[in-house]
Ligand binder design. Structure first.
Ligand code: BTN
Length: 256
């Protein structure tokens, strides 16, 4: 058993050889009433899920596939973007502590190194009406010791820590660093330090000031990303000069 000096995150930690999806497993536990802080890590997923209904695939044993359960009942659903910020900041800081790489963020929740996607975050929520959150599952898939470019089915814009940092990374140490980082930031958030988290996230965000192509489910448009609003929406100035706020979409940063 892993000895962790955290207060909440990873007090209960389950490591699995294989599962369908760590997010799905945590959701089941969440519905069953399990306490917050539960972390599930798997070597391999057979039905890993990405954002917007996509799947998430990674070869066995060379990624960090983890999910955690939080019960931030002190947040209202409209503030839930703070949980994406929490994950992005906690994981980025842990990676930088364990490697010599610098991590950047792309709205809404991709971690990039040298402009390529290193990790993705999937937040799933259960609300108790419009008033409060019941629980949140935060899943992340981090490409650690494999080269996505080796796999022709994987997006060319994907990368891994080994490829970018030039050395293999110990997954257990990285996991430990991530859980400590999550614990610290979660406690800060719980004690009300929202602006500090938001600022740490904005400091790493490289999307603002850039020309982006926004893909929505129905259509896409091009504009300049200007700001992120209080709810995590990306404000993009389109070609007609109008400011459009995007809450659920993907952006591609266009070369200028
Ligand atoms: C994305 O970029 O679309 C988000 C990818 C999230 C993948 C992780 S891997 C661990 C956890 N379990 C899942 O099924 N998905 C998340």
């Amino acid at each position: 058993r892993y000895q962790l000096e955290t207060l909440i995150i990873g007090q209960e930690l389950l490591g699995l050889e294989q599962t369908a999806s760590t997010n799905s497993l945590i959701r089941e536990r969440a519905f069953a009433g399990v306490a917050e802080g539960l972390v599930i890590v798997a070597n391999e997923q057979t039905a890993g899920r990405g954002r917007r209904g996509r799947n998430w695939s990674a070869p066995a044993g060379s990624s960090l596939l983890l999910s955690l359960l939080l019960r931030p009942t002190w947040l209202v659903p409209s503030e839930s973007f703070l949980l994406t910020m929490l994950a992005a900041v906690a994981i980025s800081e842990a990676i930088e502590r364990e490697t010599n790489c610098t991590v950047e963020l792309k709205w809404p929740n991709d971690l990039l190194i040298n402009g390529r996607k290193l990790a993705g975050i999937l937040v799933e929520l259960e609300t108790a009406g419009p008033e409060r959150l019941r629980w949140a599952v935060i899943g992340s898939g981090i490409n650690v010791n494999w080269q996505p470019s080796d796999d022709p089915t994987i997006n060319q814009a994907a990368t891994s820590l080994a490829s970018e940092c030039g050395h293999e990374v110990d997954r257990a140490s990285l996991l430990r660093a991530i859980l400590y980082s999550y614990d610290r930031h979660y406690l800060n958030l719980r004690s009300g330090r929202r602006e500090a988290l938001r600022q740490a996230w904005l400091d790493r965000l490289t999307t603002l000031g850039k020309m982006v192509e926004v893909e929505l489910s129905s259509h896409s448009f091009v504009g300049v990303a200007e700001a992120v609003d209080q709810h995590g929406g990306l404000q993009v100035r389109d070609s007609t000069g109008q400011l459009q706020t995007v809450y659920a979409g993907d952006v591609k940063v266009r070369p200028v």
